[in-house]
Design a protein around this ligand. Structure first.
Ligand SMILES: [Zn+2]
Length: 257
């Protein structure tokens, strides 16, 4: 009986098995974990404040995430070669934001473009410090501005975290096996609170966040993430409900660090 159906199983089962293999591979399940090199770990130990404050176990998870960014993303030089230090630090920025999501690696954004400094956008003609292009799966960063963001770690301006936040916001809606990881009810609550805050910013009422946060939901989220990490205690005191919601959304609370 089984022998009779064998050709059928091979005919149907073969392609299915191949598809499962492909899906597992592209979703990251079968990716080989490459440990960071000693020199790359030294970069984290020396420059990544967020990493330094983690427990040894959490540092290990953080390193795995950084390694995925360093080794699995395609790094595109735009007038500057992406050095190992740049890759590690940009990976560390992503690992910081994704700390509450050990399984999320921003799969859709497989290309990271590094410019030496602010660059003029072909589209807008304006100078950019960074941007995210979801259609092309690209995260673009000006290295000079990235470094400036971390060098001034309390001014709530951090282009790295800002662009990673945009990438995470898009990633959550792109159906690719790592979508909808932001808890839906918390996300709905966040959007409700954000709408009210955006209205207040647009009406010119004096609020805590800088005016740019009032542009739209995506910018509000990206700017809020900058405040979340750079001014955690002030954010918590100024907008406790938004802060608590963002802690639940991102599954971490930097104000406790
Ligand atoms: Zn933005």
């Amino acid at each position: 009986m089984i022998v009779r159906f064998l050709p059928f199983f091979i005919f149907v089962g073969g392609p299915i098995a191949l598809w499962v293999l492909w899906a597992a591979r592209s979703s990251g399940l079968l990716k080989k974990k490459v440990p960071l090199k000693a020199r790359e770990r030294q970069v984290l130990a020396k420059y990544a404040l967020y990493y330094q404050r983690l427990s040894p176990e959490a540092q290990h998870v953080f390193e795995e995430k950084v390694s995925l960014f360093v080794n699995e993303k395609t790094w595109v030089a735009a007038g500057i070669a992406a050095t190992p230090e740049m890759k590690v630090m940009i990976g560390a920025c992503a690992a910081q934001l994704l700390h509450g999501f050990p399984e999320i690696e921003l799969l859709h954004f497989n290309r990271i473009v590094v410019y030496p400094e602010s660059y003029r956008s072909h589209r807008s003609g304006r100078l950019h410090q960074g941007e995210v292009r979801p259609k092309a799966g690209m995260i673009i960063i000006s290295w000079e501005d990235f470094v400036h963001g971390y060098a001034h770690s309390r001014d709530a301006h951090n282009v790295g975290l800002h662009e990673m936040a945009h990438a995470l916001w898009f990633e959550n809606t792109i159906i690719n096996g790592e979508d909808h990881f932001l808890p839906p009810t918390t996300l709905a609550h966040w959007q409700q609170l954000a709408t009210a805050e955006i209205d207040r910013i647009q009406r010119g009422e004096v609020r805590y966040f800088r005016d740019y946060a009032g542009t739209n939901q995506a910018e509000f989220f990206a700017v809020a993430v900058e405040y979340f990490f750079e001014q955690p205690a002030v954010f918590k005191a100024a907008a406790p409900e938004l802060h608590a919601c963002l802690c639940t959304l991102l599954k971490q609370d930097p104000s406790l660090a």
